[in-house]
Design a protein around this ligand. Sequence first.
Ligand code: Q46
Ligand code: ZN
Length: 306
Amino acid sequence: MIDLPRHNANFCAEHLLQLCRRQVDKAIHDHDMFAPDDRLLVAVSGGKDSLALWDILVEAGYRADGLYVGLGIGDYSDASGDHVRAFATERGLHLVEVDLREQYGYDIPTASRATRRVPCSACGMSKRHLFDKAAIDGGYDAVVTGHNLDDEAAVLLGNVLRWDVDHLARQAPVLPARAGFPRKAKPLVRLTERETAAWCLIRGIDYLVEECPIAAGNRHLHHKSVLNAIEEESPSSKSAFYLEFVDKMAPLLAGRSAADAGELTTCERCGAPTTSEVCAFCRLVATSAAHDPVPVELVLGGRGRR
Ligand code: Q46
Ligand code: ZN
């Protein structure tokens, strides 16, 4: 039995699975994320959310391949790659792999040091570019990611605390494809991390329990714990905070981000859409690949993620 105060109920294993399937189905349909015969590329990290998402989509009959990006974050990346490969092999699923060090000559700790960005900023930019590229190159209809309700509510809180209209305008469960960018969808936005962990447990999914060492102590985790404290006092306020934003505020902000307004041209090095001659990813690669490798321990002081 799992106790879920926000639903005011206890769930046995079978009912928990049913709840997860229904919430994912509702998110996909309410937001018109993708069609039953679309080809999906699921970004997987080896953690509970992305593996649960891949499992739920395949079980529901979607054509979903996995995409794993080796970030070179010490032992954490080695272990996360092992979990993803084992999951795909056991189920006979197709996994696309990209390795930053092998293919681009850098890793996240080195990029962070070389570009003087906090690690999560260098990491987020690298992942966004490589997810887009893999989806476009592979002819997929959408990139899907395992962001759950806790993640999205924490990001929303961070954006609201700064009234960051630009990011608020792009914090939708689905972003349509546009010139050179694939569609992006987050089918787990109606499920909490407790629910995705329970899905993995019941379905026998061996996920990586350790979080990225760089995440520890960052602002995103602090916002999560603030929301958990509110949820403790007042169950279902977290889902109301995020889902009511999506229903009531997101439509008012649609199209108001600078990214939507900017004129796009093509990167002269990689061909990706960009607002300058050379895209931000190619500039990051050039600076990072020229830098001596930096071990992950050296960047653990410079944390932070949006
Ligand atoms: S992997 Fe990358 Fe996360 Fe680690 S460095 Fe930050 S963004 S915390 S999802
Ligand atoms: Zn480029």
